[in-house]
Design a binder for this molecule. Structure first.
Ligand SMILES: [Zn+2]
Length: 388
């Protein structure tokens, strides 16, 4: 039981993800462009119990606020945070006085551009039904964040601000893709007992390695499940691989996820696996698409000298990390190296070194085992890329 309690948070995330520690309240607002009525979500409370992924995603247990609070007008596509929407209905639905819109810092030109269809419904939405009466309705959170980036850009937002929204869109793909699809039927009681034992063992290892970031702990557990899958007896091999791959997907460690396909492919019926594999690849491609848009915006902001102070070092590191996640290791190495020449905030140095260590290695799962297996938080010099 003591063991069970130790890794209960991990299990909650793994098994059900229903720890609704984030609370939201619904409110009725009106679009500042076309006056359409729209329900928005106001954050009442949240938490950071899920730790932080290395591309700076701060993870909450339960709902993620950044995925919930952005709203899109189903009629015209205007997208914003709750404060961007009006609390009172405009007197005229279209072509009104514009006073409220002006108060919300929308110019007449911007309003007309949006009404003229300047905001584009995101690609890759074939699974979202198109309704002529609400062409921008029913978007998933990453689709609304895509629309938000377009809206903020149209309103003259700075490029690093737009890039930051595209980064959030990539996070929304990661958090919105339900990795439970990777797993097969519910495990039997004996299988579950075996899995719990492994999770306890690997969580304890992470503690011994001084990992205090819950996101790092989960990636470590994923690494151990995948590297241990080969040795797992019988049907436990697939259980180990599927849970490890699910965790890799939920943390956006795509190279390691895709490397697990050899084992996973043998774990599903021949008629089932190609469809699953394709769905996973598409979700990875979508996350990488938004990482690419974020990277481009951050690079442009850095080159334009728009950023100052610690933001320069943090953004330089982040660009490298996005490139690593997109498989562009040479570019990532250049940005990590550059970041190491800058004044970085406390805690970022070990991250840069560990992420740099991951580059250029043949096996992405073993790379995580090697580079994260060193005690976290230390500052023991820069590991050359590819160092064994
Ligand atoms: Zn509207």
């Amino acid at each position: 039981m003591r063991q069970l309690r130790r890794f209960l948070p991990l299990l909650l995330l793994l098994v059900c993800s229903v720890a609704l520690a984030t609370t939201l309240s619904s409110d009725q607002r009106y679009c500042p462009v076309c006056g359409e009525s729209i329900a928005v979500q106001l954050p009442m409370s949240t938490n950071d119990m899920g730790g932080q992924d290395r591309d700076l995603l701060q993870r909450a247990h339960g709902a993620q606020v950044f995925m919930e609070v952005v709203a899109t007008c189903g009629q015209c596509g205007f997208t914003g945070w709750p404060a961007d929407f009006s609390e009172t209905k405009r007197s005229k639905r279209r072509g009104g006085s514009g006073e409220e819109a002006d108060a919300l810092a929308l110019t007449k030109d911007q309003r007309q551009a949006i009404e003229g269809g300047a905001l584009l419904r995101p690609e890759a939405l074939s699974d979202v039904p198109f309704r002529a009466e609400a062409p921008y309705g029913d978007l998933p959170s990453w689709g609304r964040l895509d629309m938000l980036a377009q809206t903020v850009a149209l309103r003259g937002g700075e490029q690093d601000r737009v890039a930051d929204i595209y980064l959030q869109a990539s996070w929304a793909v990661r958090m919105g893709y339900h990795p439970v699809h990777l797993r097969g039927a519910d495990p039997s009681e004996a299988q579950r007992d075996w899995l719990f034992g492994r999770l306890a063992e690997f969580t304890e290892q992470a503690t011994d390695l001084q990992m205090t970031n819950p996101a790092d702990v989960e990636v470590w557990v994923a690494v151990r499940l995948l590297t241990g899958a080969e040795q797992a007896p019988g049907d436990l091999r697939c259980l180990s691989a599927a849970y490890g791959a699910s965790l890799m997907r939920s943390h956006g460690e795509h190279d390691a996820l895709l490397a697990s396909f050899d084992v996973l492919g043998e774990c599903f019926p021949a008629a089932e696996w190609p469809g699953k594999a394709q769905a996973i690849r598409e979700s990875v491609a979508l996350e990488r698409r938004y990482q690419g848009l974020a990277r481009d915006g951050f690079v442009a902001a850095l080159e334009a000298g728009d950023l100052t102070g610690e933001k320069v070092a943090i953004t330089t590191y982040l660009v490298g990390e996005l490139e690593r996640r997109m498989g562009e290791h040479d570019a990532a190495l250049a940005h990590f190296d550059h970041a190491l020449t800058l004044t970085v905030p406390d805690g970022l140095d070990p991250w840069i070194e560990q992420q740099r260590c991951l580059l250029g290695q043949d096996d992405p799962v073993l790379a995580l085992l090697l580079c994260r297996g060193r005690a976290s938080g230390g500052n023991g010099g820069v590991a050359p890329a590819g160092e064994p």
